[in-house]
Write a protein that binds this ligand. Structure first.
Ligand code: FAD
Length: 392
């Protein structure tokens, strides 16, 4: 089997790329490990930056988002010293988020790609990409029946996340810059309406807690937990007790309770692969760089990179102009490192760095308090925050 471009993974990166290439008349195919029902159910991101909405708008992929997404532009910080709000649409570049669950975006992108006649194989797992330096790289995969399948391509786009086949196929010279914050969050979806009209970031001696709207019926919460905590370790009662305590519900108002319908433990780790191009293998999205969820950047970067990669591949395949493809990695890495830097700053705003014995040093705790105080009191700091929080 063959295609000019074989795309691994049908997440935001792979599907934006597939839609754009297919419309430009480039022969491509998407291989996706999961089945369609699983993709529709995979709840992760929810906060889309204005840049992301502009990309999706430019290519006619934003109808669902405009119909069902909601604008969002406030965050609230809660600490032992009280609370403060930032209305970030009035700060920095004046941009806001659109809240639209990632699984809805993925469903929209799938519908549009398949309706336009795009080729996609569900339940097909890529194992390795071979001969990335040769003329015809090959993807070794297995289909829904478990039988091996080989795809020959001119280019392979690795959009299959951090644990995918693209990462496993990197040549020995590839550098993966990795950082582990040593912190973990229990990520929760509650069947309950949002409890405040803002993203809530709470800093408490028990650890961080976060509140993020998803839909009028579903809210995402985060609770910092010890590394290695199994997702099922905390009872629902314990979860709500900790959320009430850390979000200081007694002081600032009750949280709307509901069943916990999803739990995942996210270790706050991040990495960057450098470069993003290895011969015919090109990386985008989480396959290129993993970010912590602290600043909601991952899905936004995935869309930005997919648009750049699509334009570069069209230039090269349809017009024989390889300049954009040569510059693809360098261009993306500028965005990636800026997003990594801001996400890192957010982690340090919300947690003191852990020490080997678990208790943060009082010095580091003092730095964290100073960061929050600067954000509360300095307009220049607030403008910088807003620009980086929503921007790319
Ligand atoms: P993915 O969405 O991971 O898609 C990769 C696809 O590849 C998947 O469908 C997978 O099934 C498939 N795949 C994997 N391996 C193979 C294989 N071997 N063969 C074939 N297919 C394969 N980002 C934000 O911007 N805003 C947020 O608010 C936000 N919140 C988050 C909350 C949580 C709890 C988490 C975990 C992440 C969050 N993120 C957020 C990050 C965001 O979800 C990711 O950055 C985003 O999904 C990256 O898109 P992607 O297309 O690169 O990868």
């Amino acid at each position: 089997r063959s295609a000019e471009v074989v795309i691994l993974g049908a997440g935001p990166a792979g599907l934006v790329l597939g839609n754009l290439l297919h419309r430009a008349g480039i022969d491509c195919v998407v291989l996706e490990r999961a089945d369609r029902a699983r993709l529709h159910a995979r709840a992760r991101a929810g906060f889309l930056a204005e840049h992301t909405v502009r990309v999706l708008d430019r290519h006619g992929l934003a109808d669902g988002l405009h119909r069902r997404g909601r604008p969002h532009a406030t965050c609230e910080f809660r600490t032992g010293d009280g609370r403060f709000r930032l209305d970030y649409a009035g700060l920095g570049r004046g941009e806001r988020h659109t809240v639209y669950p990632q699984q809805h975006l993925v469903a929209d992108l799938l519908t549009s790609y398949l309706a336009a006649g795009g080729r996609l194989h569900f339940a097909t797992e890529a194992h390795r990409v071979l001969d990335t330096d040769g003329e015809r790289p090959t993807v070794e995969a297995s289909g829904p029946d478990g039988r091996p399948v080989r795809w020959r391509a001119r280019y392979v786009a690795g959009c299959d996340g951090r644990h995918g086949a693209a990462r496993r196929s990197l040549p020995p010279g590839a550098v993966v810059h990795h950082h582990d914050h040593g912190l973990s969050w229990l990520g929760l979806l509650a069947e309950a309406p949002p409890s405040l009209d803002a993203v809530g970031y709470a800093v408490h001696e028990h650890g961080f807690a976060g509140h993020m709207a998803r839909t009028p019926e579903i809210t995402r919460y985060y609770l910092q937990c010890d590394r290695g905590t199994p997702p099922e370790a905390w009872s629902e009662e314990h979860i709500w007790r900790e959320l009430d305590l850390r979000m200081r519900a007694a002081e600032h108002g009750p949280l709307h309770r509901g069943s916990i319908v999803q739990r995942t433990v996210v270790d706050l780790e991040c990495d960057v692969v450098e470069p993003l191009r290895h011969g015919a293998l090109l990386l985008a999205g989480d396959a290129a760089s993993l970010l912590t969820p602290s600043a909601a950047k991952g899905a936004n970067l995935a869309v930005l990179e997919a648009e750049l990669l699509a334009a570069a591949l069209v230039d090269e395949i349809a017009h024989g102009d390889g300049r954009a493809l040569d510059g693809y990695s360098g261009r993306c890495l500028e965005y990636i490192w800026r997003a990594q830097e801001f996400s890192h700053w957010m982690v340090r705003l919300l947690h003191a760095a852990p020490t080997p014995h678990g208790v943060p040093s009082s010095f580091d705790e003092g730095l964290r308090r100073a960061r929050l105080a600067a954000l509360r009191t300095s307009r220049a700091q607030q403008d910088w925050f807003a620009e980086n929080y929503v921007g790319l």
